[in-house]
Design a protein around this ligand. Structure first.
Ligand code: ZN
Length: 108
């Protein structure tokens, strides 16, 4: 129960920390990836973004990002979104949080 609450709490913090996410390319892409579950924030390390590795979730994230409307009424270009999404997915930890994986190994 605690773990579930923690995961949701961390995600909310990550989303709410961004005020006008739509007007910032990095934030818009992060929002699209998190809300489609293409990526997740580690419940124990809120600064660690984990790439789930779900291809259909990543496709949904692209679609969601392209539908984000900025405060001036325009949208991000497909090229800009694809580039930033590729960058964030490359930066994300693959499948599991590295600090969590390390602490599991050291306690094994
Ligand atoms: Zn972690």
């Amino acid at each position: 129960m605690l773990g579930g609450l923690g995961a949701r709490g961390a995600e909310q913090v990550a989303l709410m920390a961004v005020d006008n996410y739509a007007d910032n390319l990095e934030s818009a892409v992060r929002y699209a990836l998190l809300t489609t579950r293409a990526t997740a924030v580690c419940p124990f390390h809120p600064d660690v973004i984990i790439r789930i590795g779900d291809g259909s979730a990543e496709t949904h994230a692209c679609i969601r990002a392209r539908n984000i409307i900025r405060s001036d009424g325009t949208r991000w270009t497909r090229e800009a979104l694809m580039e930033e999404m590729a960058r964030q997915l490359a930066d994300a930890a693959d499948g599991e949080c590295p600090p969590c994986a390390r602490s599991r190994e050291s306690h094994a």
